[in-house]
Structure formats: C-alpha cells, structure tokens
Write a protein that binds this ligand. Structure first.
Ligand SMILES: [Zn+2]
Length: 270
C-alpha cells in the first residue's frame, strides 16, 4: 500500500513540476534525421540557463584577457557562422531567428561548443592545432550547431533529472526553486564534462554536413577534419574528444552523408 502511495506522490510531483513531452525538434533534412525525443525540461528553462552560463564563461575569459583577442580569428569564425545560421532554417524554422552569439576564447584547449539557443564558442587551440581550412572549420561549427538544433543538451539534462527523480532526489524532494538550480548545474555538466551519446554524435555529424553544404562549404571536409583530430589525439587528446566521443564507424558514416548532401553544396556554390 505504502509503495503505491509513494508512487502516486512521485508521479504527481513529476507531472506537476515538469511538462513531459515527446516531440520532433527538427525537420529531417536531406540526411533524414527523424528520431523523436522526450523532454522533462522546457526549452525556455534550458535556454535561460544557457544565457547565464554563456555570460559567465565570456565574463571569466574576458577577465583573463582571453576573449576575442585575435580580431582576424574572430572575424573568420563569425563569418563562417553567419553563413551557417541561415542554413539552420532547413531543419527548424525558428532557428535562424535565435539570438546567435559567436565568440573565440584564447586557450590551448582544442574545443568548440554551441550551448542551447545558439551560444557558440570556438577555442583558439582548435584553430592553432588543427589548422583547419574554412570548409573544415565550417563542419566543426556545423556539428556544434546541430547539437543545439536537436536540443541534445536539453535531452541529456532531462535524462539526468529523470534519473534523479527515480532515485527520489529532485522535484519530489527539492522545491521548484532548487529545480532551476539543478537545470543550470546539469547544463554545465553536459556542456563541459559529459560525453554526448553515439546517437547524438551521429545526428550532429549528419546534420552538420548538411548545414555546411547548404552554406556553400564542402561537406567532405568533415572527413579530413576528423582525420586531423584523430592524428592529434595520438599525441595530445583534444578536450573536444571527451565530449564528442568517436564512434568506430564515424568516418564511414560521414563519407556516405557528405556524398548525399554534395549536390546541395554544388547548388550553393552556383
Ligand atoms: Zn558532437
């Protein structure tokens, strides 16, 4: 009896505090990504946390004199992102209108990410270590943007919170105010520490090459970029690899999908 009662309380708490929804966040595109996702946290909650986290990261970098230090590098990264952003409309209509922000952080870390809602950071270490061509850099940024379009962080945070609810921590125990705190902490974990799942990586790879192609960047550059990343991993494992694990068949998959979106690139080049 007691178990059933607890169960009812738990279920009520979950339903009351979180709007559980299963949705299709993106159009499937030429690459055909059509997995449905379940969320326990709203986009608004996640995006709000992302705005704060992004401001914090930029503020810290600025204080250390590491924010947008190289104007040429910043201009290059922003120019590439500016071509990719309109291409996001192929996957979701709202995305081109997001409050996109793009900054370069001076750091030896080989890293790049895009927080929910379009808050992008590229680390100078990635550019200085890999010496990417514009096409290659576009596929990295496209990959990161794809994670944001697919709301992978929101999905990961939802998953974490679901697990906490299951073990009785979280909404059932904490108040609603603490819930916001939890979302913020989870988002930081997801952005900086936790690896994306293989499924998320494959989706980001495929959507990333389509974004690049639509923006007029050679999608095949994703393959050479990965080869450079792997080569570097031998001597000094890039930070990027800890959050973007390498599925065994990544290159093979990229070859197939770069080929599939190649006509989009040719069209965009005209
Ligand atoms: Zn990734």
């Amino acid at each position: 009896m007691r178990t059933r009662w607890l169960c009812a309380v738990w279920l009520f708490s979950v339903l009351a505090l979180t709007a559980c929804e299963t949705v299709q966040t993106t159009q499937s595109g030429v690459v055909g990504v059509d997995r449905k996702q379940t969320f326990l946290v709203s986009s608004d909650e996640i995006n709000q946390s992302a705005v704060q986290a992004y401001q914090k990261v930029l503020g810290d970098a600025k204080q250390k004199g590491e924010l947008d230090r190289d104007p040429a590098q910043l201009q290059r990264v922003r120019a590439i992102a500016a071509r990719l952003v309109p291409a996001t409309g192929a996957f979701r209509q709202d995305a081109p209108g997001w409050k996109w922000e793009v900054n370069v952080i001076s750091s030896d870390e080989v890293n790049a990410w895009c927080m929910p809602g379009g808050k992008i950071a590229v680390y100078s270490g990635l550019i200085n270590s890999l010496h990417p061509t514009d096409d290659e850099l576009a596929t990295v940024i496209g990959h990161e943007i794809a994670h944001a379009l697919r709301e992978h962080s929101r999905e990961q945070v939802s998953h974490q919170m679901g697990q906490q609810l299951l073990i009785g921590v979280g909404a059932a125990v904490l108040g609603v105010g603490d819930l916001g705190q939890q979302v913020a902490q989870s988002l930081l974990d997801v952005t900086f520490n936790l690896p994306h799942s293989r499924t998320d990586e494959t989706e980001a790879d495929r959507i990333g090459v389509e974004l690049a192609a639509r923006a007029g960047y050679d999608p095949r550059a994703a393959i050479t970029l990965w080869q450079k990343m792997e080569k570097l991993a031998g001597s000094r494992p890039p930070q990027w690899l800890s959050t973007h694990p390498d599925p065994a068949n990544r290159t093979k998959d990229l070859e197939v999908y770069a080929q599939r979106v190649y006509p989009l690139y040719q069209q965009a080049k005209k």
